[in-house]
Design a binder for this molecule. Structure first.
Ligand code: NDP
Length: 480
């Protein structure tokens, strides 16, 4: 077994810690993916000091140099997508094709933000007052803490680190302790890209490592993706010093199916949104709000689709759904299945742990019917392969239920009615809305984010990313 302990990356050097995270494969608990050093608190402080020291020179570095570095990182990620995708799938449990797809997306994000480094521009205009001119320029915000969750270990790191660097900030990346391997591999590529020492740093560890970062006075901005509870804790810790915040948090996303929907398409979109990636997506369709005339056919179709789904080792050919990521998450999923039963919902399919050739956290997808929107399974984020079907009489009731939630990330409607599709897009209280598509899936050149308790602060990805990673300066000059 590989006894190596993968170190942290601080101030341009690989640095050992005192203790290590042991990362196991959720598809095969007898396999260790790797051991990763836990950064000590003084090492976190060293990373912040290095990032602070490096930031002014990095801000002054030409856009071409920044773009070339980001492009090189993106190219290497794409060239190694099969190997890195396999590592991702081994530690997170998503099927290999999804691991490779996410890795590819991470490479594309670096390449897109390489272009953004070149596209950052300001405005110059006449003043409202005589003989003055006005310039509005964008400046970096300084040292950015990037704190990422376990469900997209490459993708989320890329869509935060790349724009932060493109805009002239320096970065400290803190990945989830559950999946440090992909972040380490990404950091190793970044470390060889020619960035000056301190521009990019990696500190691994658990929530305490994250907390050491978010409470550090020299961290100027925090971009976080994770649960709403952790987001709230970070905001509480960082707001008193007016730290800039970008928080992407939980979801309880509705997929509305109207009577006039294409049944097969509705079933497939619900299946993809609720169950692929083991339901472990902030954009997962955990509430299926279904009109009464299509309800029974839709439920039967979805159960039939799940019944022929291959749930197995993430690296096995033909696997559609891998294991749950960890023992804790599996316990949470099973607890919510029990809660759903006790609340009076009807478990029409699945929900039981599965045994496979290898010892892993396998769980059959679960469909609850007779759910109502007051039940905990309809209100709380479960983050597993569990969907609650809520029966409604018409579109108006469906929209009201879709919006009756503390979350507001994404929503979809399945319908052939232009009237209802248009009304839904305008009136659903989310940051992302789709018609005849799953709630999952997003492009990286447009804004991503939600409302209510799903998001706080400026949007991620696309040009919108610059709103968080830069601050504007308005300069006036007497011209005569
Ligand atoms: P967590 O909130 O548990 O953790 C997210 C990150 O924060 C991890 O790196 C974690 O470290 C770290 N952390 C934990 N406590 C603190 C703290 N007090 N201060 C600073 N950092 C801390 O989320 P999960 O990793 O469990 O991810 C699942 C959650 O992420 C779901 O709720 C999901 O909805 C959300 N998510 C949201 C997305 C979005 O874009 N809206 C996208 C993807 C996921 P460690 O894990 O090592 O303890």
């Amino acid at each position: 077994m590989d006894k190596k302990i993968y170190p942290n990356f601080i101030a341009g050097a690989w640095v050992a810690g005192d203790a290590a995270i042991v990362n196991n494969n959720p598809s095969d608990l007898d396999e260790t993916v790797g051991r990763y050093a836990i950064a000590r608190q003084d090492q976190v402080a060293d990373a912040v000091a290095a990032a602070k020291k490096a930031q002014p020179a990095w801000a002054r570095t030409t856009p071409q140099v920044k773009a070339d570095a980001l492009d090189q990182i993106g190219m290497e990620i794409i060239a190694r997508k099969d190997e890195l995708g396999a590592l991702l799938s081994r530690e997170e449990g998503k099927p290999l094709a999804e691991g490779i797809g996410e890795t590819m997306r991470a490479g594309q994000l670096f390449k897109w933000f390489a272009g953004e480094a070149l596209r950052l521009h300001g405005d110059r205009m006449p003043s409202l007052r005589p003989n003055l001119e006005v310039e509005v320029t964008r400046e970096p915000i300084g040292v950015i803490a990037v704190i990422t969750p376990w469900n997209f270990p490459m993708g989320v790191a890329a869509w935060k680190v790349a724009p932060a660097l493109a805009c002239g900030n320096t970065v400290i990346l803190k990945p989830s302790e559950t999946v440090p391997g992909s972040a380490w591999a990404l950091s190793e590529i970044i470390a060889r890209s020619g960035l000056p020492d301190g521009v990019f740093n990696l500190v691994m560890g658990d929530g305490a490592t994250g907390q050491a970062l978010t409470t550090h006075k020299d961290v100027n901005g925090i971009t976080f993706t994770g649960s709403t509870n952790t987001g709230r804790a970070i905001a509480t810790a960082a707001a008193p010093r007016f730290c800039r915040l970008q928080l992407e948090m939980g979801g309880k996303n509705p997929l509305v199916v109207l009577d006039d929907a294409d049944l097969d398409l509705a079933v497939e979109c619900a299946f993809q949104g609720a169950f692929l990636a083991t339901g472990q997506r902030c954009t997962a369709s955990s509430r299926l709000i279904v009109q009464e005339n299509i309800h029974d056919r839709f439920v039967a179709g979805l159960a039939e689709r799940l019944a022929r789904t291959r749930i197995d080792h993430a690296l096995k050919a033909g696997t559609e759904i891998g294991p749950v990521v960890s023992e804790e998450q599996l316990a949470q999923d099973l607890r919510y299945i029990d809660i759903g039963l006790r609340e009076g919902a009807h478990l029409v399919f699945g929900g039981e742990p599965l045994e496979r050739q290898t010892r892993g956290h396998y769980l059959n997808g679960a469909i609850f019917t007779d759910a109502d929107n007051r039940m905990r399974i309809s209100r709380e984020e479960i983050f597993g392969p569990i969907a609650a079907v809520i029966r409604v009489k018409d579109y108006e009731e469906a929209l009201a239920i879709a919006n009756d939630t503390e979350y507001g990330l994404t929503a979809s409607i399945m319908t052939r009615s232009l009237k209802h599709a248009s009304h839904f897009k305008r009136n659903v209280e989310t940051g992302l809305a789709s018609v005849n598509l799953p709630t999952v899936g997003a492009d990286y050149n447009v804004p991503f984010g939600g409302r209510k308790n799903s998001s706080y602060g400026p949007r991620e990805t696309g040009e919108a990313a610059r709103e968080f990673f830069t601050t504007t300066k308005t300069a006036y000059t007497r011209s005569a």
